[in-house]
Design a protein around this ligand. Sequence first.
Ligand code: F6P
Length: 367
Amino acid sequence: MTEKIHRIGVLTGGGDCPGLNAVIRVVTKAAITELGLEVLGIEDGYLGLIRNRMRPLQLDDVSNILTRGGTILGTSNKADPARFVVGTDPQGKPIIEDVRSRVLEHVHDRGLDAIICIGGDGTMSGAAGLIEMGIRCIGVPKTIDNDLLATDLTFGFTTAVQTASECLDRIHTTGASHHRVMIVELMGRNAGWLTLNAGLASGADIMLIPEIPYDLDVVCRVCQERNRLGKRFTLIAVAEGAAPLGGQQVVSKVIADSPDPIRLGGIASVLARDIEQRTGLETRATILGHVQRGGTPVAFDRVLATRFGHKAIQLVAEGTWNHVAVWQRGATAAVPIAEVAGRQRLVPPDDPLVALARAVGTSLGDR
Ligand code: F6P
């Protein structure tokens, strides 16, 4: 360690995902046993830093949490200290304040030498804001969307793919029995990774992702063509962020006090109505929603999360501050948080998975 430090904090920010507890576990264990540090668990992400809600984490506190879904620390996706909503004005508009000096006070009061921030692009933006205040941060990327820049993989993603794929398989059998068009909506925000992977795993006939606008005529033609050929059902995996050519994404909610206020969702129902109207084929829509985020991580994610968390502790040991642990070409590495903060990694149109989908005859709704 370049400089003697005594105590670190750990927080989980943004939407939860399977594997967060595996990171908290290794961070706590390795910090205590390998570096002799004290660890404070910060509750509910940046909200705990703003409200000064933290508790010591001992080895016992992280025992038996490896396989547990969610996060024992709680999380929040509404509390960026640089843009914190402190109330609403008489017109109902959120009043936003920079409360980072309050956070700095709490960090000093608690004797925190550095903070491990486990989260997605929003959490990394929050960390970037704290770094500007002189607070040392180390990032650990998580998200079922797999859309964080500079990392080939985030933990939680593989579990979400597995869960979504199991759901697609179930929808497949009922769809085939009833000769219906079955539409399954998956999460992923503006990225199609989850849909592409789960759809490929389950043999979806059509996959619609945000990066490739779909043509409703093409989608309907594929469904009808399948019917004509005697395959009297169609399984469609649609990402919540997918939109038709020249059209808009479907917004399910606007959460005013969230740094990322738009919540996508509902495209499956819109599509089901349109397909049924145009083709006369009986169509059903299922929105998988938060089932994709819950539950125990698959074994791969437990190991990946543990590798990410241990890398974070190695960065602490080296004094490589303000970096985020990433996964590149099968190994952990580190890049500056500023490089990834607030940025998303989308599916490039020439991604091998796109080509693979086309190779197995899956329509991406564009041709
Ligand atoms: O980023 C993870 C994610 O699950 C997205 O896929 C989804 O769009 C969003 O979070 C949902 O957020 P919330 O939990 O606020 O509904």
